[in-house]
Design a protein around this ligand. Structure first.
Ligand SMILES: [Zn+2]
Ligand SMILES: [Zn+2]
Length: 104
């Protein structure tokens, strides 16, 4: 499988959105490839630019809509695709419509 888009985005040095930074964190936690450390650097830069003591955990507590069934959950209770950044609740399994595996 080709690497998910989060890897190319991080390597392009474009600033990540908080949602993309969560996807990058999940990718690294799942043992995803990051040979040159670009994903880690991009994720760290995103959270360093946000305010608050722990912007990562603050962001995980925000409520978001499942992209499949439109129910609302805290982001920490949703899975997130590191390729297309779709979020899905656990009722739908981990296979994303884009062909990648949702993480979280
Ligand atoms: Zn759902
Ligand atoms: Zn996807």
């Amino acid at each position: 499988m080709t690497p998910p888009r989060i890897v190319a985005l991080a390597r392009s040095a474009a600033p990540l959105s908080p949602l993309q930074a969560v996807a990058g964190t999940l990718w690294l936690a799942a043992g995803g490839a990051d040979e040159d450390g670009a994903v880690k650097r991009a994720v760290d830069a995103c959270w360093a630019a946000e305010s608050g003591d722990d912007p990562y955990w603050d962001y995980l507590a925000t409520r978001m809509q499942c992209d499949v069934c439109a129910e609302r959950f805290k982001l920490e209770n949703l899975a997130l695709c590191p390729n297309c950044f779709r979020v899905g609740c656990y009722a739908h399994g981990r296979a994303c419509a884009c062909g990648h595996v949702m993480l979280g």
